[in-house]
Design a protein around this ligand. Structure first.
Ligand code: FAD
Length: 459
C-alpha cells in the first residue's frame, strides 16, 4: 500500500523504459487498480526495439515487425504517450512533451507533472566532424536504418549489375563500415553473408567483385568478447575476404569517396557509421547532474545523484560498477546492464513508495556473444570461449531467450525454422519508402520521392 497517489513518468520506451514499466505494472498491480499509482511512458515510437536483432533483420533472417515489441500491448496498465520529452525541470517535477498532435496544433509542448521520474532516453550515434559524414553516412541503431540498409545494399547490387560504367559498378559494390563494436561487426558480417548469397542470382556479379571494408580506430574489434576471440573474429572476417583495417580512421567521405587515415581511398555509395554512442542530447535539457561524457550521474541504487525521486539506467546513465576491481568504473552501455538495471530500478521505486530500504545494482559483466553471419559467430561467456557454429547457435539461443514476450519468441523461432527449409530472401523493398510515387505518376503529378542518388557522386 503506497502512502499517497504517485504519478510515475518513464521517459523512453527502450530496454530500460519498457522493462521498468513492465515490472512496475506487475508489482504495483493493486495500487494501479485502486488508482493510487499512475504510470505514463513517453516515447517517440509505439514499440521497443530489440537492437541485438537488427543485424539479422538487415540480413532478412527476421522480419522487421518481429524485432520490435508493441508497447501498448505489453504495457496495458500504463498510459503510453507517443512523443518526446524535450525538457525536464525536476525541481518543479515537470516534463515538457511534444507529440504529433502538439506539432500539428502548433501549440508547443505539453507540460506533464510527475512525482517519480525514470529517465531512460538511451543513446545516439557518436559522430565526429568527418567531411561528408552527415550527408552520406548511414547509422545502424533503429529498425528503419537496418531495413533501409538492407534495401540499399541490394539496390547497389542491382545498379552494379545494370551499369556498363566500371567506376559506377566499383563504387556500388564497395561497402565501408566504420566501428568494430557489436553493431558494426554484426551488421557487416550479416550483410556480407546475405550479399554473397544473393550474387548467385545475378548473372554478372560475383562475390569477389564486392569490397567489404571494416575500419576500426583501435587495434582490436569486438572488445566485449575479449582479446583472443576478437583476434579470431578478425581472422574469420579476413578469411571471407573482408578487408579489416585496424588502427585506421575514416578521414573523409565527401564526394562519396571514403578516405582512410592509412591513405587508402575507396569510391563508395555506402558508409555505415557505427563508431560508438553518446548519451541522448535531451539530458542537457534537464536540471539533473551529468558527468564529463554527458551521462547522468547515478548512485548504485540507480537514483540520480543529489536528486530525490529521479532515477536513471541504461546507456544514458553513469551507474557505478560496484563489481569492478578499480574504483570509479561505470557500467558499460549495453543491453546486459540495461535489462538488469531496469529490474532493480523498478524495485527501488516500489521500495520508495512503500518506505522500504533500496537495493544496490550489482552485476559483473558475463561476457558476450556475437554473430558474424549465418552459422558463424564468436562468444566469450562466463569464461567459456566458443567460435564458429557453436558460438552462432549460442548467439541465437541466448537472444531467443532474451527477446521480450512469448509471442515474439515464437514468431522469431518460426522464421528461423522456415529459413532453414527454404531459400533466403534477397528482395529489396526500397520502394516502400516512397509509397505515393506510383499514384503520383498515375495522377500526372511529379513524384515527390527523392531523386535517385547520382552514382558518380554529385548528388
Ligand atoms: C545494432 C545494435 C546491436 C546491439 N547488440 C547488443 C548485444 O548483442 N548485446 C548487448 O548487450 N547490447 C547490444 N546493443 C546495445 C543495447 O541495445 C543498448 O545498450 C540498450 O538498448 C540500451 O538500453 P536503453 O534503454 O538505455 O536505450 P534504448 O534501448 O536505446 O531506449 C531508449 C528509448 O528512449 C527513446 N527516447 C529517446 N529520446 C527520447 C525523448 N526525448 N523522449 C522520450 N523518449 C526518448 C528512444 O526512442 C528509445 O525508445 C546493441 C545496440 C545496437 C544499436
Amino acid at each position: 500500500m503506497v502512502k499517497e497517489r504517485a504519478r510515475i513518468l518513464v521517459v523512453g520506451g527502450g530496454y530500460v523504459g519498457m522493462y521498468t514499466a513492465l515490472r512496475l505494472q506487475r508489482r504495483l498491480k493493486r495500487e494501479l487498480e485502486r488508482g493510487e499509482v499512475e504510470i505514463t511512458v513517453v516515447t517517440p515510437d509505439p514499440y521497443m526495439t530489440y537492437q541485438p536483432f537488427l543485424p539479422e533483420a538487415a540480413a532478412g533472417a527476421i522480419s522487421p515487425r518481429h524485432v520490435v515489441v508493441p508497447l501498448r500491448r505489453v504495457l496495458d496498465r500504463c498510459r503510453v504517450v507517443i512523443g518526446e520529452a524535450t525538457a525536464i525541470d525536476h525541481a518543479k517535477r515537470t516534463a515538457t512533451i511534444t507529440t504529433l498532435a502538439t506539432e500539428e496544433e502548433g501549440t508547443g509542448g505539453q507540460l506533464l507533472t510527475y512525482d517519480e521520474l525514470v529517465l531512460a532516453p538511451g543513446s545516439v550515434s557518436r559522430t565526429l566532424p568527418v567531411p561528408g559524414l552527415a550527408d552520406h553516412g548511414i547509422g545502424f541503431k533503429t529498425v528503419e536504418e537496418a531495413i533501409g540498409l538492407r534495401n540499399h545494399v541490394i539496390e547497389q547490387m542491382d545498379i552494379a549489375s545494370s551499369t556498363r560504367d566500371p567506376a559506377i559498378r566499383d563504387a556500388a559494390l564497395t561497402f565501408v563500415f566504420v566501428g568494430g563494436g557489436f553493431a558494426g561487426v554484426e551488421a557487416l558480417g550479416e550483410l556480407e553473408d546475405m550479399a554473397r548469397y544473393a550474387t548467385r542470382y545475378y548473372h554478372n556479379v560475383q562475390p569477389e567483385d564486392m569490397k567489404w571494408i571494416l575500419v576500426e580506430a583501435s587495434d582490436r574489434i569486438l572488445p566485449e568478447v575479449g582479446e583472443e576471440m576478437g583476434r579470431y573474429a578478425v581472422t574469420e572476417l579476413r578469411r571471407r575476404n573482408i578487408d579489416v583495417r585496424l588502427q585506421t580512421r575514416l578521414e573523409s567521405c565527401a564526394d562519396r569517396v571514403a578516405v582512410l587515415s592509412d591513405g587508402a581511398r575507396f569510391p563508395t555509395r555506402t558508409v555505415v557509421w557505427t563508431a560508438g554512442v553518446k548519451p541522448h542530447p535531451v539530458l542537457a535539457a534537464t536540471d539533473l547532474p551529468r558527468n564529463d561524457r554527458g551521462r547522468l550521474k547515478c548512485t548504485a541504487e540507480l537514483a540520480v545523484e543529489g536528486a530525490t525521486h529521479a532515477w536513471a539506467a541504461g546507456d544514458a546513465a553513469a551507474v557505478p560498477d560496484v563489481t569492478a576491481a578499480e574504483p570509479g568504473r561505470e557500467c558499460a552501455p549495453n543491453a546486459q546492464h540495461a535489462l538488469r538495471q531496469a529490474k532493480v530500478l523498478a524495485d527501488n521505486i516500489v521500495h520508495t513508495l512503500r518506505a522500504e530500504p533500496l537495493q544496490t545494482y550489482e552485476h559483473a559483466y558475463a561476457g558476450s556473444v556475437a554473430s558474424l553471419g549465418l552459422h558463424k559467430g564468436v562468444a566469450h561467456v562466463y569464461g567459456r570461449k566458443l567460435k564458429g557454429y557453436p558460438a552462432w547457435f549460442m548467439h541465437r539461443a541466448y537472444h531467443l531467450s532474451r527477446v521480450p514476450t512469448f509471442n515474439r519468441k515464437a514468431r522469431v523461432l518460426a522464421e528461423w525454422t522456415l529459413a532453414g527449409l527454404f531459400k533466403r530472401e534477397i528482395v529489396s523493398l526500397g520502394s516502400l519508402e516512397h509509397p505515393r510515387a506510383e499514384f503520383e505518376l498515375a495522377a500526372g503529378g511529379k513524384p515527390s520521392q527523392d531523386p535517385p542518388v547520382n552514382p558518380k557522386g554529385s548528388s
